[in-house]
Design a protein around this ligand. Structure first.
Ligand SMILES: [Zn+2]
Ligand SMILES: [Zn+2]
Length: 290
């Protein structure tokens, strides 16, 4: 599998000089299997650049699968601007959580209802299929996908992808369970957090919501997001090889993120841990270690 990051920002697009290295576009990740399956994780504003990239390749019709974790705006706002949807002959299957308040197709149609966007969903030239899915295993091309619920204010799914002998997990947005406390020993991990750690277990790469620092999470319980220390701790317990922190807070500047990542890696290396942590950056291509 080959992974490319197109959008890393949480909540709100944040262009500008303070975010130009990690990126200002909201959530979007491209995954390609060696067998030719194209999977897009989330359709935040980053999907605009991906769409242009796919058409510029000039390889003919584009068929792909788009897995939406949940339908908060920062995960679907780019979809009306996804150029492959406007090309006849293209075929896309879109997936979203069945537990959402309304079917995925209806949610996507609402953000293109004339009030918010001029072209309605049904006028798109590509063939679009929407599927509302539940927790469990799903076959997407030659990729095995396991969906698992996340702890968020809206029904949300994380996706565990397996293909080519590699495993990638994408989990945005997710908050520690109310019972979790910073620094809690592994044996005292609340069941919901243990279940989440098992979802991440042994992954070559985890791309995870880490909107807050440990200090920030205290005042933002109930907002639906993880803190960096929580994600690192779970990935360490789960034997993950590489962790890409993403869904960066709109107020997080590039320099702040550099400092956060450096401090986390310093602690991990002092502890003799092999987990590698980095901040997901727009345009980044991620190799999966053998
Ligand atoms: Zn979000
Ligand atoms: Zn959300």
């Amino acid at each position: 599998m080959n992974v490319r990051i197109w959008g890393t920002r949480g909540s709100l697009p944040t262009p500008g000089s303070a975010t130009e290295r990690y990126g200002g576009n909201t959530s979007c990740v491209e995954v390609n299997s060696e067998g030719g399956t194209l999977i897009v994780l989330d359709g935040g504003t980053g999907v605009h650049g991906l769409g242009r990239h796919l058409l510029a390749r000039g390889k003919g019709a584009v068929h792909g699968h788009l897995l939406v974790g949940h339908t908060h705006w920062d995960h679907i706002q780019g979809l009306p601007f996804f150029a492959p949807f406007y090309v006849p002959g293209n075929r896309w299957t879109l997936y979203g959580p069945r537990a959402a308040a309304r079917p995925l197709r209806e949610t996507l149609a609402r953000q293109m209802d004339g009030q918010s966007f001029p072209i309605p969903l049904e006028r798109l030239a590509a063939e679009l299929h929407c599927r509302d899915i539940e927790e469990g295993d799903h076959r997407v091309g030659d990729v095995e996908v396991t969906a698992q619920s996340l702890n968020h204010s809206s029904p949300a799914l994380g996706y565990r992808l397996r293909a080519d002998g590699r495993t990638v997990v994408y989990a945005c947005d997710h908050e520690p369970s109310p019972d979790w406390t910073p620094g809690c020993p592994p044996e005292a991990l609340p069941p919901a957090d243990r279940r989440h750690a098992e979802f991440l277990a042994g992954a070559d790469l985890v791309i995870h919501d880490a909107q807050y620092t440990a200090a920030e999470l205290g005042g933002k319980r109930g907002w639906g997001h993880s803190s960096t220390d929580y994600v690192v701790e779970l990935c360490r317990l789960a034997g993950v090889r590489r962790l890409a922190l993403t869904h960066h807070d709109p107020q997080r500047r590039d320099d702040d993120l550099d400092g956060i990542v450096a401090a986390l890696n310093e602690t991990l290396s002092r502890q003799g841990e092999e987990l590698e942590v980095f901040g997901a950056a727009e345009g980044q291509v991620l190799d999966l270690p053998i």
